[in-house]
Each structure stands twice: as C-alpha cells, then as structure tokens.
Ligand binder design. Structure first.
Ligand code: AP5
Length: 225
C-alpha cells in the first residue's frame, strides 16, 4: 500500500452512540469504506467460518474477541483494494494494545491515523438506543424502532433485506458488560489520541442529521502519505 494520500478516521463512542450509523453516512460522503470490526465478526458468523465460530462466544457475553485475531482481521480488511485511499474505522481500536497494533500496521504502509472522532452520549440514552435497534441481515444498515424506523416495518430501506434484533442487544446484562468494558478499556484509547492532538469530541445526543453535520464540520483535510 503506497502512493496516493490516504485518510484513516477512527470513530469512538460507547455501544449505541451511533458510530455505525455515522460511519455509513461518512463513507458515502468521503468515498472511503467503513471498516467495522463488529460487522466483520457478524459476517463471519453468518458464513459459519472458523473465525465466526470462535468470535461467537465472546460476542454473546459482550466481551472483546482476542486482540491477535481482531488485529489480523483488520489488517486483511485494510489491505483490500477498496481501502487503498483509507478507511473509517468503527469499533476498532478498542484497547491500547489494538491502538498500538494499528499504529504499527499503518506505519508498515508508511501511513498513520489522521483523525479520531469521539461521539459522546449518556448511559440512559445508550440503553434506549440499543434495546430499540434493528439491523439489516443483508447490508448491516442500522435502524431504530422509534428514532429511525424503516419505511416498511422490518424491511431495509437501502436493500430490501430483512431486519433483525442482534442477540447482544436482547440481553441487558450483556449490554451492561459491554458498557463496563468500554469504560475500562476504550476510554484510555480515547486519551491516547487526545494526547496526540488528533481527537475531536462531538455531542452525540442530537438527531442523526445534526450529529452528522457536526462530524463533517470537525473532519479536517488531514492526509497521510
Ligand atoms: P460492535 O458491532 O462494534 O457493537 P458495539 O460495540 O455494541 O457497538 P454498536 O454497534 O452497538 O454501537 P454503534 O455506536 O455502532 O451504534 P449504532 O449506530 O448501531 O461489536 C459487537 C461485538 O463484537 C463486541 O461486543 C465484541 O465482542 C466484538 N468486537 C467488535 N469489535 C471488536 C474489537 N475491536 N476487539 C475485540 N472484539 C470486538 O446506533 C445504535 C442505535 O441508535 C441504532 O438503533 C440507531 O438507529 C440509533 N441512533 C444512532 N444515532 C442516533 C441519534 N443521533 N439519535 C437517535 N437514535 C440514534
């Protein structure tokens, strides 16, 4: 991977803060793909690959899949042709070990993280969002039964695929476990990028459109070789 200028933008935020929703809007706008580790694991689960089978138990418990597996999966995804101009990283890195692995991976390609966006949302709002979330089985587009319903019930507006409720969204104990892990492991990663002057913080409690406008306004034209 060398040549053209690239941008690697990381989206941070607790589970339900709207990373996936915003990453999909940003990929359309900036022409670089969303790389969402949760979606990659769910794709593997659907295809019943060894990776999917291995990740399943961790995901059901709301725990992190081991770093070596996650880092290798991200490296493979970022090496694909559609990610040659960069990517919007959603759900990765999630701990300091992954953040350092990402730095090394990008350094190996002569590149670096260009920006990190932190979408801040209160815990009460997160629980409301996660319990009402519905996801398209085909294209992974995200909806909410109240805040962002599809035009036709249980059918994806984008591709017509069926909508479903993720198993880890049905179990309130698993949701709380994910939020706990987020506090312990992911908040230090946010500081890691803040200290490097790469972090912009966005109020995530406005409407989807308003949050999107704020993120687009915060994104600077910073590229990496
Ligand atoms: P992952 O898929 O990343 O799930 P998550 O961490 O729970 O994050 P979410 O996808 O739930 O939140 P989101 O911020 O994308 O919210 P969304 O846009 O959908 O990971 C799942 C599992 O995979 C993990 O638990 C772990 O096991 C494993 N995993 C993943 N990455 C890993 C890694 N790096 N290392 C190790 N393991 C890993 O929005 C939520 C809802 O709110 C939607 O219904 C949406 O419509 C609605 N909404 C969004 N924005 C707004 C708004 N502004 N107003 C009102 N409603 C809104």
């Amino acid at each position: 991977m060398k040549g053209e200028a690239r941008r690697y933008i990381i989206l941070f935020g607790a589970q339900g803060s709207g990373k996936g929703t915003q990453a999909r809007l940003l990929q359309d706008r900036f022409g670089i793909p969303q790389v969402a580790t949760g979606d990659l694991f769910r794709d593997n689960l659907k295809e019943q690959t060894d990776l999917g089978r291995m990740a399943k138990a961790y995901m059901e418990r709301g725990e992190l899949v081991p770093d070596e597996v996650t880092n290798a999966m991200v490296q493979e995804r970022l090496s694909r042709p559609d990610a040659q101009a960069g990517a919007i990283l959603d759900g990765y890195p999630r701990n300091l070990n992954q953040a350092r692995a990402l730095d090394e991976m990008l350094a190996g390609w002569g590149a670096q993280v260009t920006q990190a966006i932190y979408i801040e949302v209160s815990e009460a709002e997160l629980l409301r969002r996660l319990t009402g979330r519905r996801v398209c089985r085909e294209c992974q587009a995200t909806y909410h039964v109240v805040f962002n319903p599809p035009q036709q019930e249980a059918v994806c507006d984008r591709c017509g695929g069926p909508l479903y409720q993720r198993d880890d969204d049905k179990d309130e104990a698993a949701i709380r476990r994910r939020l706990e892990i987020y506090m312990q492991e992911t908040l230090p990663v946010i500081d890691y990028y803040r200290q490097r002057g790469l972090l912009s913080t966005i109020d995530g409690e406005a409407s989807i459109e308003e949050v999107n406008r704020a993120i687009v306004a915060a994104i600077v034209d910073r590229r990496t070789p």
